[in-house]
Write a protein that binds this ligand. Structure first.
Ligand SMILES: Nc1ncnc2c1ncn2[C@@H]1O[C@H](COP(=O)(O)OP(=O)(O)OP(=O)(O)O)[C@@H](O)[C@H]1O
Length: 258
Protein backbone atom coordinates (compact mmCIF):
# COMPACT_ATOMS: atom_id res chain seq x y z
CA UNK A 1 0.00 0.00 0.00
CA UNK A 2 1.49 3.31 -1.08
CA UNK A 3 1.41 6.11 1.50
CA UNK A 4 -1.08 8.84 0.61
CA UNK A 5 1.56 11.58 0.75
CA UNK A 6 3.97 9.82 -1.62
CA UNK A 7 5.25 11.62 -4.68
CA UNK A 8 6.07 8.30 -6.36
CA UNK A 9 4.59 4.94 -5.38
CA UNK A 10 5.14 1.44 -6.77
CA UNK A 11 2.80 -1.35 -5.65
CA UNK A 12 3.48 -4.94 -6.72
CA UNK A 13 5.15 -3.75 -9.92
CA UNK A 14 6.34 -6.31 -12.44
CA UNK A 15 7.82 -5.66 -15.85
CA UNK A 16 8.25 -8.26 -18.56
CA UNK A 17 9.77 -7.30 -21.90
CA UNK A 18 9.17 -9.24 -25.10
CA UNK A 19 12.47 -10.03 -26.72
CA UNK A 20 13.48 -12.06 -29.78
CA UNK A 21 14.53 -14.89 -27.47
CA UNK A 22 11.30 -14.83 -25.43
CA UNK A 23 9.93 -12.91 -22.44
CA UNK A 24 12.46 -11.18 -20.19
CA UNK A 25 11.35 -10.50 -16.63
CA UNK A 26 13.07 -7.27 -15.64
CA UNK A 27 11.16 -6.46 -12.42
CA UNK A 28 9.09 -8.58 -10.04
CA UNK A 29 7.06 -7.37 -7.06
CA UNK A 30 8.58 -3.91 -6.66
CA UNK A 31 7.20 -2.11 -3.62
CA UNK A 32 8.48 1.35 -2.88
CA UNK A 33 7.44 4.89 -2.13
CA UNK A 34 9.31 8.16 -2.47
CA UNK A 35 8.03 10.93 -0.23
CA UNK A 36 7.44 14.47 -1.43
CA UNK A 37 10.74 16.38 -1.53
CA UNK A 38 12.66 13.28 -0.59
CA UNK A 39 15.98 12.46 -2.29
CA UNK A 40 16.14 8.73 -2.93
CA UNK A 41 19.07 6.96 -4.57
CA UNK A 42 18.76 3.53 -6.19
CA UNK A 43 21.67 1.09 -6.31
CA UNK A 44 21.81 -2.39 -7.79
CA UNK A 45 23.74 -4.73 -10.03
CA UNK A 46 23.97 -4.03 -13.75
CA UNK A 47 20.83 -5.07 -15.61
CA UNK A 48 18.69 -5.41 -12.46
CA UNK A 49 16.07 -2.99 -13.78
CA UNK A 50 17.06 0.41 -12.36
CA UNK A 51 16.47 2.29 -15.63
CA UNK A 52 13.23 0.38 -16.10
CA UNK A 53 12.10 1.60 -12.67
CA UNK A 54 12.81 5.17 -13.71
CA UNK A 55 11.09 4.83 -17.08
CA UNK A 56 8.01 3.45 -15.31
CA UNK A 57 7.97 6.41 -12.90
CA UNK A 58 8.26 8.80 -15.86
CA UNK A 59 5.29 7.29 -17.69
CA UNK A 60 7.42 6.42 -20.73
CA UNK A 61 6.49 2.75 -20.24
CA UNK A 62 3.67 1.03 -18.36
CA UNK A 63 4.03 -1.87 -15.94
CA UNK A 64 3.05 -5.38 -16.96
CA UNK A 65 1.59 -5.85 -13.48
CA UNK A 66 0.98 -3.72 -10.40
CA UNK A 67 0.57 0.06 -10.25
CA UNK A 68 2.86 3.06 -10.51
CA UNK A 69 1.48 6.26 -9.02
CA UNK A 70 2.65 9.86 -9.04
CA UNK A 71 1.07 12.15 -6.45
CA UNK A 72 -1.54 9.45 -5.84
CA UNK A 73 -2.61 8.96 -9.46
CA UNK A 74 -1.66 6.16 -11.83
CA UNK A 75 0.91 7.32 -14.37
CA UNK A 76 -0.55 7.05 -17.85
CA UNK A 77 1.78 9.30 -19.87
CA UNK A 78 4.81 11.58 -19.45
CA UNK A 79 3.98 14.59 -17.26
CA UNK A 80 5.11 18.22 -17.36
CA UNK A 81 5.96 18.17 -13.65
CA UNK A 82 8.55 15.42 -14.10
CA UNK A 83 12.04 16.20 -15.38
CA UNK A 84 14.25 13.40 -16.64
CA UNK A 85 17.99 13.20 -17.04
CA UNK A 86 19.09 10.15 -19.03
CA UNK A 87 22.47 8.41 -18.99
CA UNK A 88 23.21 10.00 -22.34
CA UNK A 89 21.93 13.50 -23.09
CA UNK A 90 19.48 13.56 -25.98
CA UNK A 91 20.33 17.02 -27.32
CA UNK A 92 19.14 18.54 -30.58
CA UNK A 93 22.35 18.61 -32.65
CA UNK A 94 21.36 21.65 -34.74
CA UNK A 95 20.23 23.83 -31.83
CA UNK A 96 22.51 25.95 -29.64
CA UNK A 97 23.09 24.98 -26.01
CA UNK A 98 20.70 27.72 -24.86
CA UNK A 99 18.04 26.62 -27.35
CA UNK A 100 18.41 23.05 -26.14
CA UNK A 101 17.78 24.17 -22.56
CA UNK A 102 14.68 26.22 -23.46
CA UNK A 103 13.41 23.46 -25.75
CA UNK A 104 10.83 22.11 -23.24
CA UNK A 105 9.06 25.49 -23.06
CA UNK A 106 9.15 25.88 -26.86
CA UNK A 107 7.75 22.37 -27.19
CA UNK A 108 4.98 23.12 -24.69
CA UNK A 109 3.94 26.67 -25.61
CA UNK A 110 5.41 27.17 -29.08
CA UNK A 111 7.44 30.23 -28.03
CA UNK A 112 10.27 31.35 -25.79
CA UNK A 113 10.42 34.74 -24.09
CA UNK A 114 13.33 36.76 -22.73
CA UNK A 115 12.64 35.63 -19.15
CA UNK A 116 12.99 32.00 -20.27
CA UNK A 117 16.34 32.83 -21.84
CA UNK A 118 17.54 34.64 -18.70
CA UNK A 119 16.54 31.59 -16.62
CA UNK A 120 18.23 29.22 -19.05
CA UNK A 121 21.48 31.21 -18.88
CA UNK A 122 21.34 31.26 -15.06
CA UNK A 123 20.94 27.47 -14.94
CA UNK A 124 23.71 26.97 -17.49
CA UNK A 125 25.98 29.09 -15.27
CA UNK A 126 25.02 26.91 -12.28
CA UNK A 127 26.14 23.77 -14.07
CA UNK A 128 29.39 25.45 -15.13
CA UNK A 129 28.53 26.24 -18.75
CA UNK A 130 28.61 30.04 -18.75
CA UNK A 131 29.99 31.24 -22.08
CA UNK A 132 28.86 28.13 -23.99
CA UNK A 133 25.26 29.27 -24.58
CA UNK A 134 25.71 29.91 -28.32
CA UNK A 135 27.70 26.75 -29.05
CA UNK A 136 26.37 23.60 -30.69
CA UNK A 137 26.32 20.28 -28.77
CA UNK A 138 29.03 18.76 -31.02
CA UNK A 139 31.41 21.52 -29.90
CA UNK A 140 31.16 20.38 -26.24
CA UNK A 141 32.77 17.39 -24.51
CA UNK A 142 30.59 14.43 -23.46
CA UNK A 143 30.60 15.59 -19.84
CA UNK A 144 29.60 19.12 -20.84
CA UNK A 145 26.77 17.77 -23.01
CA UNK A 146 25.57 15.77 -20.01
CA UNK A 147 25.48 18.98 -17.97
CA UNK A 148 23.30 20.56 -20.68
CA UNK A 149 20.87 17.64 -20.22
CA UNK A 150 20.80 18.34 -16.48
CA UNK A 151 20.24 22.08 -17.08
CA UNK A 152 17.37 21.28 -19.46
CA UNK A 153 15.69 19.06 -16.85
CA UNK A 154 16.11 21.73 -14.15
CA UNK A 155 14.91 24.55 -16.41
CA UNK A 156 11.21 23.68 -16.00
CA UNK A 157 11.72 23.49 -12.20
CA UNK A 158 9.87 20.13 -12.08
CA UNK A 159 8.34 18.79 -8.87
CA UNK A 160 9.96 15.45 -9.58
CA UNK A 161 13.41 14.91 -11.00
CA UNK A 162 14.28 11.44 -12.29
CA UNK A 163 17.99 10.98 -12.88
CA UNK A 164 19.52 7.90 -14.51
CA UNK A 165 23.25 7.81 -13.71
CA UNK A 166 23.42 11.50 -14.59
CA UNK A 167 27.06 11.98 -13.65
CA UNK A 168 28.59 8.81 -15.07
CA UNK A 169 30.17 10.64 -18.04
CA UNK A 170 31.86 13.25 -15.82
CA UNK A 171 35.39 13.14 -14.46
CA UNK A 172 35.64 12.39 -10.72
CA UNK A 173 36.13 15.97 -9.56
CA UNK A 174 33.38 17.45 -11.74
CA UNK A 175 31.13 14.59 -10.68
CA UNK A 176 31.56 15.49 -7.02
CA UNK A 177 31.04 19.20 -7.73
CA UNK A 178 27.88 18.46 -9.73
CA UNK A 179 26.56 16.33 -6.86
CA UNK A 180 26.96 19.19 -4.41
CA UNK A 181 25.46 21.64 -6.92
CA UNK A 182 22.47 19.33 -7.31
CA UNK A 183 22.06 19.31 -3.52
CA UNK A 184 22.20 23.13 -3.42
CA UNK A 185 19.52 23.33 -6.13
CA UNK A 186 17.41 20.70 -4.37
CA UNK A 187 17.68 22.57 -1.06
CA UNK A 188 16.83 25.94 -2.66
CA UNK A 189 13.96 24.59 -4.78
CA UNK A 190 12.69 21.48 -2.99
CA UNK A 191 11.77 18.67 -5.32
CA UNK A 192 11.43 14.92 -5.20
CA UNK A 193 14.51 13.23 -6.62
CA UNK A 194 14.94 9.63 -7.72
CA UNK A 195 18.60 9.16 -8.53
CA UNK A 196 20.10 6.04 -10.08
CA UNK A 197 23.78 5.46 -9.65
CA UNK A 198 26.43 2.74 -9.59
CA UNK A 199 28.45 4.70 -7.04
CA UNK A 200 27.73 3.67 -3.45
CA UNK A 201 29.48 6.73 -2.01
CA UNK A 202 27.57 9.08 -4.34
CA UNK A 203 24.29 7.48 -3.24
CA UNK A 204 25.11 7.90 0.46
CA UNK A 205 26.50 11.41 0.04
CA UNK A 206 23.42 12.72 -1.76
CA UNK A 207 20.38 10.78 -0.59
CA UNK A 208 17.96 10.75 2.33
CA UNK A 209 17.36 7.10 1.61
CA UNK A 210 19.16 4.46 -0.45
CA UNK A 211 17.18 1.65 -2.06
CA UNK A 212 19.09 -1.46 -3.10
CA UNK A 213 17.76 -3.75 -5.80
CA UNK A 214 18.32 -7.46 -6.23
CA UNK A 215 19.66 -8.97 -9.41
CA UNK A 216 17.07 -9.54 -12.17
CA UNK A 217 14.12 -9.82 -11.80
CA UNK A 218 14.73 -6.72 -9.74
CA UNK A 219 12.97 -5.87 -6.52
CA UNK A 220 13.90 -3.79 -3.48
CA UNK A 221 16.02 -5.73 -0.98
CA UNK A 222 17.15 -2.88 1.26
CA UNK A 223 15.72 0.50 2.19
CA UNK A 224 18.33 2.39 4.17
CA UNK A 225 17.74 5.82 5.70
CA UNK A 226 20.90 7.96 5.57
CA UNK A 227 20.99 9.85 8.82
CA UNK A 228 23.69 12.41 8.00
CA UNK A 229 23.03 16.10 8.69
CA UNK A 230 22.46 18.57 5.86
CA UNK A 231 23.71 20.65 4.24
CA UNK A 232 26.26 18.11 3.10
CA UNK A 233 29.51 19.07 1.46
CA UNK A 234 33.07 18.01 0.89
CA UNK A 235 33.60 17.42 4.64
CA UNK A 236 30.74 14.87 4.63
CA UNK A 237 32.96 12.53 2.60
CA UNK A 238 35.23 12.19 5.67
CA UNK A 239 32.31 11.60 8.03
CA UNK A 240 32.50 8.33 10.05
CA UNK A 241 28.79 7.63 9.48
CA UNK A 242 29.33 8.01 5.74
CA UNK A 243 32.07 5.35 5.83
CA UNK A 244 29.83 3.03 7.85
CA UNK A 245 26.90 3.36 5.42
CA UNK A 246 29.18 2.84 2.40
CA UNK A 247 30.79 -0.19 4.05
CA UNK A 248 27.43 -1.73 4.87
CA UNK A 249 26.06 -1.22 1.34
CA UNK A 250 29.26 -2.48 -0.29
CA UNK A 251 29.05 -5.62 1.85
CA UNK A 252 25.42 -6.13 0.88
CA UNK A 253 26.08 -5.73 -2.86
CA UNK A 254 29.21 -7.91 -2.79
CA UNK A 255 27.48 -10.65 -0.81
CA UNK A 256 24.69 -10.74 -3.41
CA UNK A 257 27.20 -10.85 -6.25
CA UNK A 258 29.23 -13.70 -4.63
N1 LIG B 1 12.81 -2.20 -24.06
C1 LIG B 1 13.38 -3.35 -23.65
N2 LIG B 1 13.20 -4.49 -24.35
C2 LIG B 1 13.76 -5.64 -23.95
N3 LIG B 1 14.51 -5.77 -22.83
C3 LIG B 1 14.74 -4.66 -22.12
C4 LIG B 1 14.19 -3.40 -22.48
N4 LIG B 1 14.58 -2.47 -21.56
C5 LIG B 1 15.33 -3.14 -20.67
N5 LIG B 1 15.44 -4.44 -21.00
C6 LIG B 1 16.12 -5.47 -20.22
O1 LIG B 1 15.65 -5.41 -18.90
C7 LIG B 1 16.71 -5.61 -17.98
C8 LIG B 1 16.82 -4.42 -17.07
O2 LIG B 1 17.31 -3.31 -17.84
P1 LIG B 1 17.64 -1.90 -17.17
O3 LIG B 1 18.23 -1.04 -18.25
O4 LIG B 1 16.44 -1.41 -16.46
O5 LIG B 1 18.76 -2.29 -16.11
P2 LIG B 1 19.74 -1.36 -15.26
O6 LIG B 1 19.73 -1.88 -13.87
O7 LIG B 1 19.40 0.07 -15.45
O8 LIG B 1 21.14 -1.67 -15.97
P3 LIG B 1 22.52 -0.85 -15.95
O9 LIG B 1 22.91 -0.70 -14.51
O10 LIG B 1 23.47 -1.76 -16.70
O11 LIG B 1 22.27 0.46 -16.64
C9 LIG B 1 17.97 -5.88 -18.81
O12 LIG B 1 18.14 -7.28 -18.92
C10 LIG B 1 17.64 -5.26 -20.16
O13 LIG B 1 18.31 -5.96 -21.19
Amino acid sequence: MVAAHSAIGFTGVGQVFRTASGPLEALRGVEMAVGRHEFVAVLGPSGCGKSTLLRLASGLIHPTSGTVEVFGHPVTEPRDDIGIVFQKPTLLPWATIEDNVVFPVRHKTGRVNEEDRVNARAILAKVGLEGFEARLPAELSGGMQQRVGIARALFMNPDILLMDEPFSALDALTREEMGFELLRIWEAQPKTVMFITHSISEAVLLADRVLVMSERPGHIIEDLAIDIARPRGIETSNNKAMHDYVGYLRGLLLKRAA
